[in-house]
Design a protein around this ligand. Structure first.
Ligand SMILES: [Ca+2]
Length: 441
């Protein structure tokens, strides 16, 4: 084997090792609504940060896009805070893509450090900018930048010193430059406190992308997101209202099952979902007794970044039997609709007795109570000393009953007539008559 071949073989093995190291990294997917520690830092004055599709992205299917209008104050920045010894940093890098802007346009990587650790002061930001470290590819190809390399050039935003070579002089975008390995050696107490993808002030008109921020064994993969929103409406006899408290479960595209409960607006949202690529999301609604769902599940495949796919569900109240849960206020039937079918008559608790003929005036028997018999048919009610006057046989005639009268009343006079000669039975009959009337009053 020649020296050349040996070198080539060693290089190939080294390359394999590098790839192995790369594949060992943990990929953390960062989306706008699920930043995994990342979030907006300094975006302002018209600057924008969004997560978009990118077919050539080095990781996943998308990237972070940063844009500034043509004004110097505009800024676009997303960052992640941390606090680890700077000495622990072994790998630090990221990828960028140029879309539009000046020929040097590219998002920088801000390395937030504190050069003396917990001692007062010492905070600065070391700024890595692609154009100081190579040539920005204006064709739109992705470029990887090795921020942790000893050859990297970073400038400091602050003038700070911890003594000796651990000293930094501020600049506004140029030399003096510093590099991470040198800072690790010069500032043993330095800590890494954050990283930020940044288009700062005085960078107008940028349209650039970033992806794959790489710190040691973690790769942050910026990706677009979609939302699936569920809206459930309850329908009770045609009256519709938001369906609060329904359980809805989403599965699909490697996600879930995720279960949520609809709110008082009848809505539940599944956010920060991966765009559907050769897959779809299915949302199922958990049924409830007494309701029919239409439908009980539905499918959607949202793809566009930040798109919201809405799924509508209807829960129709079963009304036969009219109500399964009597305590449910929704069981109360709605008011009758004008011009509609009249409500059925409510049956009475007890049947109304058939009206009887008005009772004959009982004046005759009552009037004879204190007089001697005037005719053979007149009953000697009280002149029989052996029979006391019944308590109910008042000498004052009662007014005739109006309306319905009892069968006893109706039959009373006949009863008296049949037993004309029996005073005892007469008294009993009068008593019955009186009782019967009393019950009616
Ligand atoms: Ca990505």
């Amino acid at each position: 084997m020649s020296i050349k071949r040996l070198v080539a073989a060693v290089c190939a093995i080294a390359g394999l090792l590098a790839v192995a190291t790369a594949t060992a990294a943990t990929t953390v997917v960062v989306r706008y609504s699920a930043g995994q520690g990342w979030g907006n830092w300094w975006t302002a004055n018209g600057g924008q940060v969004r997560f978009v599709h990118d077919a050539t992205s080095p990781f996943g299917i998308g990237a972070m896009e940063l844009e500034t209008p043509n004004t110097n104050p505009a800024k676009a920045t997303w960052g992640i805070a941390m606090d680890i010894p700077l000495s622990q940093v072994t790998t630090l890098g990221y990828w960028t893509k140029y879309l539009a802007g000046p020929p040097y346009a590219g998002p920088g990587l801000n390395v937030v450090i504190d050069i003396n650790g917990s001692a007062p002061g010492g905070a600065t930001i070391l700024v890595y900018e692609p154009y100081w470290n190579g040539t920005v590819n204006l064709s739109g190809a992705w470029q990887q930048w090795n921020v942790g390399s000893p050859a990297a050039k970073l400038w400091s935003t602050q003038t700070v010193s911890a003594g000796g070579s651990c000293s930094f002089t501020a600049d506004y975008g140029g030399p003096p430059f510093y590099n991470i390995p040198a800072v690790q050696a010069a500032c043993p107490n330095a800590r890494l406190q954050g990283l930020a993808v940044n288009v700062g002030t005085y960078n107008p008109g940028y349209l650039v992308r970033a992806d794959g921020v790489w710190l040691n064994d973690t790769v942050y993969d910026f990706e677009p997101e979609v939302t699936v929103r569920v809206r459930l409406t309850e329908n009770v006899l045609g009256f519709e209202a938001p369906g609060d408290g329904w359980q809805v479960t989403l599965t699909g595209c490697g996600v879930g099952p995720i279960t949520q409960t609809t709110d008082s607006s009848g809505e539940a949202s599944f956010v920060a979902l991966p765009p559907a690529v050769n897959c779809s999301y299915t949302v199922s609604v958990a049924g409830q007794a007494g309701w029919t769902l239409a439908p009980s599940s539905a499918t959607t495949a949202p793809f566009a970044a930040d798109s919201v796919s809405e799924l509508e569900f209807l829960a129709i109240r079963d009304y036969n039997p009219p109500c399964v849960e009597p305590n449910d206020p929704r069981c109360t039937p709605p008011p009758a609709i004008a011009g509609g079918t009249p409500a059925p008559a409510v049956p009475a608790a007890t049947p109304t007795p058939t009206p009887a003929a008005p009772a004959p005036t009982p004046a005759a028997p009552a009037a004879t109570a204190t007089q001697p018999p005037a005719a053979p048919t007149t009953l000697p009610a009280t002149n029989d000393p052996g029979v006391p006057t019944p308590a109910g046989a008042s000498p004052t005639p009662r007014p005739p009953a109006t309306g319905a009268s009892s069968p006893e009343e109706a039959g009373g006079p006949q009863f008296l007539g049949l037993l004309a000669t029996g005073a005892v039975f007469l008294s009993a009959g009068l008593g019955l008559l009186s009782l019967g009337r009393s019950r009616k009053r």
